[in-house]
Design a protein around this ligand. Structure first.
Ligand code: HEM
Length: 259
């Protein structure tokens, strides 16, 4: 089959990496803008989280569109990672004798940073979902309540509780820096795959990749930073973050799982 033959070529794989990278990048942009609703207050953020579950409810049911999006993301992440690994193997086979002189130079350092930052992002995403989506990891109590007859996370309250802990806030900011490094090189490689790699355009391409990665870093990091510095206020009914206050302030909430 043509598609499989094309996928076997190096350029075929580079295109799969680029396309899946764009899908994941689009998710990051949407997620970042969604998170920024935190600056409009608890109701705006929690309503947005509810909206994500009720879009297209008439056709796909409650949370249906969210599950379709999750499916697309999982396929994209798997295709991205598997194809990168296959590409590395293919390149090594094509060039069994290593470069002697240039191995430690910029291109190799960037590639190594891509592998390390990619791995860190993967670990981050798994821990992040276990923390805020399923509530299995709770450095601070993760609360869920019933909305529309379904259990879902109290997003603002959970973010407030988590990012009031200094090391959680800073761990997130560190993870965002890794994502920034990955996106910078990824954005640059994407343009090379599209054939933008020439002296006249290189400067513009680097500026583009820089703006994109730094923009995402600032947008994402502003949330943990906003809570950690106290700029973002405690949600109503959360007088303090002592263990007692957390455990008595759950009249309508539970530690159950969301859908
Ligand atoms: C400081 C930065 C971030 C914050 C504050 C944040 C916050 C959140 C919250 C609160 C949720 C749960 C939303 C809900 O239940 O409606 C969530 C889900 C998620 N986040 Fe993030 N996020 C951040 C960065 C990221 C990054 C960088 C990635 C990817 C690399 C990411 C990937 C995800 C994924 C995959 C989900 C699960 C979506 C789902 O299946 O429901 N997040 N995030």
């Amino acid at each position: 089959m043509r598609l499989i033959r094309f996928y076997r070529t190096a350029i075929g794989k580079k295109i799969v990496v680029a396309v899946t990278g764009v899908v994941l990048f689009a998710f990051l942009i949407l997620h970042m803008f969604g998170n920024l609703k935190v600056f409009f207050g608890p109701t705006a953020l929690d309503q947005y989280a509810l909206h994500l579950r009720t879009i297209g409810e008439g056709i796909f049911g409650w949370g249906g569109v969210l599950w379709i999006t999750r499916g697309v993301l999982i396929v994209s992440v798997l295709a991205h990672i598997i194809t990168v690994i296959l590409l590395v193997i293919q390149n090594r086979r094509a060039r069994p004798v290593k470069y002697r002189k240039h191995r430690t130079q910029a291109a190799t350092i960037a590639a190594r940073l891509m592998e390390a930052s990619g791995l860190l992002i993967l670990v981050f995403v798994v821990l992040h979902i276990l923390q805020f989506t399923t509530g299995d990891i709770q450095p601070a109590p993760v609360l869920f309540s019933e909305q529309d007859g379904h259990m879902m996370a109290d997003v603002y309250r959970n973010l407030y509780a988590a990012f009031s802990i200094w090391w959680v806030a800073w761990l997130y900011i560190f993870a965002m820096a890794c994502i920034c490094v990955h996106l910078y090189h990824g954005g640059w490689s994407f343009l090379q795959t599209l054939g933008f790699d020439n002296q006249d355009r290189n400067f513009g391409a680097r500026i583009w990749a820089w703006c994109l990665s730094v923009g995402l870093f600032i947008g994402f990091s502003s949330v943990p930073l906003g809570f950690w510095t106290g700029y973002l206020p405690a949600p109503e009914g959360t007088p303090s973050l002592t263990a007692d206050a957390q455990s008595t302030d759950t009249s309508e909430t539970t530690h159950g799982k969301s859908h």
